[in-house]
Ligand binder design. Structure first.
Ligand code: CIZ
Ligand code: SF4
Length: 317
């Protein structure tokens, strides 16, 4: 056994011990590193993690994902300690939509309700009528009367995709995710050629040029479920590469290829990783359980304003 292997096993043990002592639960997103996925009590997309945060009786929640996910867990659990292993784990999509910017957008579009994607700050959620994830976005939009004009923020690719599947006109905020924007039609087609028989599965945060070639489009959870149900034995996966770990665990006999961005040769990792998601490490998970910090703190007025659309989100779809 290597030193690195030994210390990783020590960390797994230490985390398990501390978790028990602290009455803690570890919630991890599919985009986390394989080691973090493996220590998680619940592994899921942001909707599943929000629901798990809502129903847990643990005293401490360690949210291994990005900041908006930890914030959402705190909104749902004001009396629990919600820890984030690295508070610098942000999100380019959440950053693309500020609360003052959205407030001005609302003024420019009177009479519209706002549906925000979960990848937003609590302050943006507080200005929203509805919050959705990619798992329930369609159900949330379809729950709104057809005559009601809608602003969808902040992901324009997801918004365009939703407008297509629901047949609704959506006024789109022009935000995007740097990971999903990097997938490129030509490169994805080349990968399909190199892997005959493989199916392309894609997240709706990808551009339409990529989505149009997909055998299936869905949230991370929907993509994972699809790979388990389908007869196909290989898949080109156009979303953050962390999900490949969960896919391989669920279907060890199938092959999964990350639809790396076109300039993958130049990229350090050669795959489609979210650098924010990868800021979390096992060491940081251990340290936050040991120190009970960093913890998410939220102003109560802001929390109550964000709670309304978040409560709707967890109850829909
Ligand atoms: O909602 C989530 O968890 C994200 C960020 C992606 C997805 O589709 O699950
Ligand atoms: Fe944000 Fe994109 Fe990273 Fe998800 S993958 S956390 S949307 S930057």
């Amino acid at each position: 056994m290597t030193d690195a292997g030994t210390s990783q096993i020590d960390l797994f043990d230490a985390i398990a011990r501390l978790k028990h002592e602290r009455h803690a639960i570890i919630l991890a997103h599919y985009y986390q590193t394989p080691e973090i996925q493996d220590v998680a009590d619940v592994l899921g997309d942001s909707l599943a993690l929000a629901r798990a945060a809502q129903k847990t009786d643990a005293e401490v929640i360690v949210l291994c994902g990005v900041h908006f996910m930890a914030e959402t867990a705190k909104v749902l659990n004001p009396d629990k300690r919600v820890l984030e292993p690295d508070p610098m784990a942000g999100c380019s999509l959440a950053d693309s939509c500020t609360a003052p910017g959205l407030a001005a957008f609302k003024v420019a579009h009177p009479g519209h309700v706002v549906v925000s994607y979960v990848n937003t700050t609590a302050a943006v959620k507080a200005l929203s009528d509805y919050v959705c994830t990619s798992s329930n976005a369609r159900a949330v939009i379809e729950s709104i009367p057809r005559a009601q004009p809608i602003i969808f923020a902040p992901d324009a690719n997801l918004g365009r995709y939703l407008a297509g599947v629901t047949g609704r006109e959506l006024v789109l905020w022009q935000g995007s995710c740097l990971v999903h924007e990097a997938f490129n039609e030509r490169h994805v087609l080349r990968l399909l050629e190199q892997h005959p028989g493989a199916e392309l599965i894609a997240h709706p945060e990808c551009e339409m040029a990529v989505l149009q070639h997909a055998h299936f489009v869905g949230s991370t959870k929907a993509l994972l479920d699809y790979t388990q149900k389908r007869k196909a034995s290989s898949f080109v996966v156009a979303t953050e590469s962390g999900i490949l770990h969960a896919m391989r665990q669920a279907s060890p006999h199938k092959a999964f290829v990350a639809a790396a961005p076109a300039d993958a040769q130049q990229a350090a990792c050669g795959c489609s990783t979210c650098s924010y998601m990868k800021l979390n490490t096992l060491e940081k998970v251990y340290a936050c359980l040991r120190d009970l910090a960093p913890a998410v703190l939220l102003d109560e007025e802001l929390r109550l304003a964000a709670l309304k659309p978040i409560a709707r989100m967890v109850a829909t779809g």
